[in-house]
Write a protein that binds this ligand. Structure first.
Ligand code: FUB
Length: 334
């Protein structure tokens, strides 16, 4: 009863409410296509798997797309892709993203392949809400989780990928897998996500994968022990006033942070936090401009009363100061 009262009170103090409540949704990637706002979330379910540090309890099987109207009312557009229709995938349909090119919609998603390794797949559709038809194979050379696709002003598309712990990034060095690889020592550079420009057909990497460098004010790579600032998962890239903002989650310290650079490849200099911790272990987001305002899309577990793997997507306006710094949001009012 005490818990129930606390969560009700938290819900009242929350700066925004779940966009949908009939299903659980998480990891929102938002885009404006044809002037309309669409959100590409994970679809959280209770797969009956106990919590562990590997994230096995996130047993998602399909994706729903949300469309959002001018009054911030979201509509569930139904199932856009199911794991049973993806020949290479077996389970755990984690955080996706979508991009539009020449009237086609390209849906990017991570899942475990038949060897239980996370890979990134693409599915293609004629509508922003799907349905999407999966390519028979995952993207060549792809690994880990949380794809995010950014379209630059010159029409180039870039994909950002990576996540540690359950996301398996710690098992790779120089893009090669070895089960014996582990996280670096605290005084060594933290693991980095990767980026690549996409091919013209949007289905593969157009170039060798490059590391995304996140550096401190001295230009040094953030260290593994710097857990309040180092990359964990949930890459996102947006452009504001000609600068490239790479944002991400610090995972086990539960912050959404950002770093600023002059190129989609980086390097990106750490610039601060976007969102203080939410209820629930994970924090994952996207940022998009819509109707003349900038918005943060994020999730928390208030609706499920704190169940880590049952989250709800929300949106809140963000603002920048004159130097382009994002004003930190607190998800619950004092
Ligand atoms: O939703 C499953 C995983 O949890 C995502 O891929 C991570 O970013 C975290 O939100």
């Amino acid at each position: 009863m005490t818990n129930e009262l606390n969560f009700k009170e938290l819900a009242q103090r929350a700066i925004s409410q779940p966009l949908v409540t009939h299903i659980y949704t998480a990891d929102p990637s938002a885009h404006v296509f044809g002037g309309k706002l669409y959100i590409y979330p994970s679809h959280d379910i209770d797969a009956g798997i106990p919590f562990n540090d590997n994230g096995d309890h996130f047993g998602m099987e399909d994706y729903h797309v949300l469309s959002v109207n001018e009054n911030l009312v979201a509509k569930d557009e139904g199932v856009a892709l199911h794991v049973k229709d993806v020949p290479w995938a077996t389970r755990q349909m984690w955080a996706p993203d979508c991009a539009e090119k020449n009237g086609k919609y390209y849906f990017y998603f991570p899942a475990r392949d038949h060897d239980q390794m996370f890979r990134i797949g693409v599915a293609v559709g004629d509508s922003p809400v799907g349905p999407f038809k999966a390519e028979p194979h995952y993207m060549k050379g792809s690994y880990s989780i949380d794809p995010a696709v950014f379209k630059d002003d010159d029409g180039s598309y870039y994909i950002y990928v990576g996540g540690i712990w359950g996301g398996q990034l710690q098992q790779y060095r120089n893009h090669k897998w070895d089960a014996g690889n582990e996280l670096p020592a605290p005084n060594e550079p933290a693991l980095r996500p990767y980026v690549a420009r996409l091919t013209d057909d949007m289905l593969e990497h157009a170039e060798p994968l490059r590391y995304v460098d996140i550096v401190d004010e001295n230009g040094d790579l953030l260290l593994e022990g710097d857990t309040d600032r180092r990359f964990f998962e949930a890459s996102w890239l947006h452009k504001y006033n000609g600068k490239y903002y790479f944002s991400y989650s610090t995972g086990d310290t539960h912050f959404l942070c950002y770093a600023i650079g002059d190129s989609p490849y980086g390097p990106f200099t750490y610039a601060g936090r976007i969102l203080e911790p939410v209820v629930g272990w994970t924090t994952h987001h996207s940022i998009a401009e819509w109707n003349g305002k900038w918005w943060l899309f994020y999730h928390d577990s208030v609706l499920s009363e704190g169940v880590t793997h049952l989250r709800s997507v929300k949106m809140a306006e963000i603002t920048y100061d004159e130097e382009g710094r994002i004003q930190v949001l607190k998800p619950y009012r004092e």
